[in-house]
Each structure stands twice: as C-alpha cells, then as structure tokens.
Ligand binder design. Structure first.
Ligand SMILES: [Zn+2]
Length: 428
C-alpha cells in the first residue's frame, strides 16, 4: 500500500517536532561507554525506553553454548555473563501488512588514547551540526533513528499495521552473537533494516571477516646470550610478514570476483593487538597477536581457516625454533562469511519509494563494503532480506568519531516512511 499524502506529511512533521528529544536521547546513549563486555547499561537504557513506549520487551542473557551449533557462530573469550539482547515488539492484534525487524548495535569499539581525541569520547558534544563521540555514528544514531521513527508514526496518530521488532544487539563489532541470538530466539520478519552509517547508500555486498589469535612461543634467555634463545616477538613479526603475503594472494583472487573485482584491495589483514614478553633484558618467550582478515563472499570459512593455518605453518617451518614449536592459531571472534544482497526486490522497491520522498533521486546509491554488518545472518541463514542503510558518519573506529545530525533526521524520516509503506498504517 502506498502512503497517501496526509499521513506522510504528519509523520514528517512529527520527526521534526521530536528531533530535539531524539538528539538528547542520542547524547545520553553515546555517554554510556558500551565497549565490549560493558554493554549492559546501554541495554538497560534501551529496554527502559522501549518499555516507556509500551513495546513488549523481551530481553535475555546470551549463552554462547546455545549458539555454538549455528551457522555464523564466532567464539567469545571474554566474560559473557552479562551479555544481553533486548527486543521491543509492536504486535497488532491482527497483522495485515508486512512485518519488519529494525536492528542496531549498542556495542562500540575502544576509544584508544583519550588525549588523541579533541573532546572526550564518552562526553558527546555537538559542533557545527555534528555530534562527536565514540559510537555516535557506529551505530547509535541509526538505532536511535529507528526508535524515533516509530515515535513519529505514533505522534502522527498511527501505528504500524504489521509486527515490528526493534532489536538492540551487542557484539556486532566482534562476533555478531547478539544478532544471531535474536535469530535463534525465533525473531523473524518479512524484511530487516539495519541503519548502519552508510552515508545514505544501500549496502549491496560485504566481505566476511575472520579473527584469530596468533600465539607464538620462544625460548627465554638473558639477552647477553640472546643467540641461545628464541625471541617470540621477532618470530611473530616473521609470521605476520607471511600473513601479509596471504593477504596479497587473496586480493589477487578478488580481481576475478563478480562483485569485488572493481575494488582496490578489498581484503585487509590487520594485526590489531599485540602483547608479549616480560622484561626488557629477557628474550621474550611469548607473543600473542590478535588479527583480523577479510574474505570474499563465496569463500567458505573452513577453507579460509585452512589457508591461514597453512600460511602460519609455512612461516614456522623455516624458523629454527618455531619449526619444532609451531605457533597456535586460536579462533577468537568473527567467523563471518561474506554476503551479497539478493532476493530483496520488494523491500528495495518500497525503500526506494521512501528514500525518494526525503532525498529525491530514483533510489539510494550503491555501496560495496570492505567490512561487515549483521545483515549476513538474515540473508545467508534465515531467508530474510536485509537492508543496510543509514546516516552519515565520519571517523568511525578512529578518533573524533562523529555523526551529522541532519543526516540522522533525514534517516529518521526515511525509516518512518518506509515503515509506513512496508507495514502499512492503522489510525490510532
Ligand atoms: Zn556498526
């Protein structure tokens, strides 16, 4: 059903009227430092906001053991006892239209050295129309836009004619277990929308990502006789060099991929965390390196894992100490396949209609990602078309992350008009 003009105008006016409250809500959420393992207060905040609005709230602790057998699972190695998913549902007594899942993640990546931020990462400020703060862009603004889109529909005097689930998840930045837990709990809909900060572009494809810890051993001696020892940090550097070779090979392969051929170097290898050794005058006996590497859509996780293992073994085979003491490869996060948006003509068409009303133009521009989002679970394993589209942000995962507030307002409008057209509206 296409929206006639009266509700459209009322909804757009309601977004504008609620925007100051929306901006405040975003600031309050950004002020909660919801880094990995510390997301509980942000989830409390979201659950309270949903309850206040009369959503039926379902929240549960995630037990990784329950999810282990599922496709897309990635192992966690930190304390997961407080890990929760929060879903707020609006369920009409009789559902007429098409149902919808709106999803956002509250987990944010670490801020890094505070002194390198212009303003403190968890004390959001608005400058020149941009809100600064860790997570403001990735992706609290999108999550808040989804919530306030539903507010605007109600303020305009309507409710969605079909079921809408607003899913506040965690772990998007490391395993995706929050989204997977919602799938496992049985949440389904005719379409999923994840308003990640895409700068108004529609995500058409994303790479897969594998995380692993490279655990390298050495033989400790006094540095005075370093030649008798084996330096685990230096050995780790040589293994990293070999992995960079694997990265180069995989990017060569990408040149014949149907979607990724046009992108320069889409698959990135990143040694992201390093720890090792105990003392400056002792040859280090250990070095752990946490790594991330991208894989192409269509590559099987098992095959990529085998290549990573083989690459590490090859590096070890030429090393006098590692030869007999091979490094361990420990899977400690994402085991995520790549994904391409398919079988989504109907939601894409409806979304393009909402987009046109706010932005003009035929439809959102395309975006091919060299990172990933939670869309993969829905598209690959649960048969739900998943759209990933959202506001304009800068410096996500870097210093001075910020989101453009006007883009959040437009995004809120577009989401509200999409809900109206996709789910249909009933007058309150
Ligand atoms: Zn994100």
């Amino acid at each position: 059903m296409m929206l006639d003009e009266a509700p459209e105008a009322a909804i757009r006016a309601a977004v504008a009227a609620g925007f100051e409250a929306e901006t405040r809500f975003l600031a309050d959420l950004v002020a909660i430092p919801s880094t990995r393992g510390e997301e509980a207060p942000a989830q409390d905040f979201m659950a309270a906001a949903m309850r206040k609005r009369g959503f039926a709230v379902d929240e549960w602790t995630i037990d990784p053991e329950d999810l282990k057998p599922l496709r897309g699972f990635g192992p966690v190695m930190h304390d997961f006892s407080r890990a929760r998913t929060v879903v707020g549902s609006l369920r009409p007594e009789s559902s007429e239209g098409r149902s919808l899942i709106l999803q956002g993640h509250v987990d944010v990546v670490p801020a890094g050295p505070r002194e390198m931020w212009t303003t403190p990462p968890f004390e959001p400020v608005v400058k020149d129309g941009w809100m600064h703060g860790r997570g403001a862009g990735d992706m609290k603004a999108g999550l808040v836009a989804a919530l306030f889109a539903l507010d605007a529909i109600r303020a305009a005097g309507y409710r969605p004619a079909a079921t809408v689930h607003l899913q506040s998840v965690i772990e998007e930045e490391s395993t995706g277990l929050g989204a997977l837990s919602a799938c496992a709990r049985g949440y389904r809909a005719d379409c999923v929308l994840i308003p990640e900060p895409t700068d108004f572009r529609m995500t058409r494809a994303q790479v897969g990502v594998i995380w692993f810890r490279l655990r390298v051993r050495g033989r400790p001696t006094h540095v005075a006789v370093a030649g008798e020892g084996s330096n685990a940090i230096l050995a780790a550097m040589s293994v990293i060099e070999n992995l960079r070779g694997l990265e180069a090979d995989w990017n060569e392969r990408a040149k014949s991929h149907p979607v990724y051929a046009d992108l320069d170097h889409p698959l990135n290898f990143n040694p992201g965390v390093i720890a090792g050794g105990d003392w400056a005058s002792s040859v280090p006996a250990w070095c752990d390196v946490d790594c991330r590497i991208g894989i192409l859509p269509g590559t099987k996780i098992e095959d990529a894992q085998a290549e990573i293992r083989a690459c590490v073994s090859q590096a070890a085979s030429g090393h006098p100490f590692l030869r007999d003491n091979p490094p361990e490869v420990i899977w400690n996060g994402f085991l995520a396949e790549g994904w391409i948006l398919e079988d989504a003509d109907e939601p894409e068409q409806v979304f393009a209609g909402a987009y046109r009303k706010v932005f003009g133009g035929a439809k959102p521009p395309d975006r091919t990602m060299t990172a990933l989002t939670d869309t993969r679970f829905y598209g690959l394993y649960y048969g739900m078309p998943a759209l990933c589209w959202g506001p304009k942000a800068e410096n996500i995962h870097g210093f001075d992350e910020r989101v453009e507030l006007e883009s959040m307002r437009k995004c809120t409008e577009a989401i509200a008009l999409f809900i109206a057209d996709w789910c249909g509206l009933v007058k309150l």
